[in-house]
Design a protein around this ligand. Structure first.
Ligand SMILES: C[S@@+](CC[C@H](N)C(=O)[O-])C[C@H]1O[C@@H](n2cnc3c(N)ncnc32)[C@H](O)[C@@H]1O
Length: 212
């Protein structure tokens, strides 16, 4: 039953991003850029590092990576990936090794495939955020790092009310504004910093248990 409803939600995500793909960069390009930049800075990548970006979308972050790291991107939306592939070709990003259509909650990569794993603005879009986190840990090497940037449920009562109202339309808008960070990551289990009023960046060391 759970698997069936998750599959239905993935279909809803694909439908939403099929519609968004053409206008995504115009609408969400600049507004989400501070979080992408914050992650790229915090990653402290070394030459030769293998990075996985889940929910890579139109590949808008790909030009931000140093040219001497190897990047794999995955997404469930073939339309978003189409945009990412065109960007890679246009900008001649030879460091992007693969862009694959794959569900981040059930990845086909072997364990410990990547040095660093990144999920930007994806946690509130997937049907099962805890399952996503579990997969991010699995494919990251044991002492690697995972970076998440996302909107999490606010503790401010006014914001909380707005989020609850917006939450009623989550399937139409394509994301859940009420993901509770404390449910995903145990207290003290991660470094959390604020990107701005709306977005937080979470840095998780692999090898530490973050399961629910
Ligand atoms: C809000 S967009 C973020 C795109 C990009 N990371 C950015 O910074 O603009 C969310 C992306 O996650 C993708 N996505 C949603 N659920 C997914 C899943 N289960 N597995 C992989 N990608 C997923 C969507 O197709 C979409 O491209």
């Amino acid at each position: 039953m759970l698997a069936e409803s998750a599959a239905m939600q993935i279909e809803a995500v694909k439908t939403a991003y099929r519609r968004y793909a053409r206008i995504y960069d115009m609408v969400f390009g600049a507004v989400l850029q501070p979080g992408r930049r914050a992650v790229l800075e915090a990653l402290k990548l070394k030459s030769g590092d293998r990075v996985l970006e889940v929910g890579v979308g139109t590949g808008i972050s790909l030009p931000l990576y140093p040219r001497d790291v190897r990047i794999t991107g995955i997404d469930v939306s073939s339309e978003m990936l189409g945009r990412a592939r065109a960007r890679v070709e246009r900008a001649r990003l030879a460091n992007v090794e693969a862009l694959l259509e794959m569900d981040a909650e059930a990845m086909t990569f072997p364990d410990a495939s990547f040095d660093k794993v990144v999920a930007m603005y994806v946690v509130s879009v997937v049907p099962r955020p805890a399952k996503l986190l579990e997969e991010l840990h699995r494919v990251c090497r044991p002492d690697g790092e995972i970076f998440v940037v996302n909107h999490f449920q606010s503790e401010n009562p006014v914001m909380g009310t707005l989020e609850r109202l917006l939450g009623g339309f989550s399937s139409q808008i394509g994301f859940d504004p009420q993901v509770d960070l404390r449910q995903l990551v145990p207290a003290g289990g991660a470094d959390v910093s604020r990107v701005n009023l709306f977005w937080k960046m979470v840095r998780l060391r692999n090898g530490v248990s973050h399961k629910l």
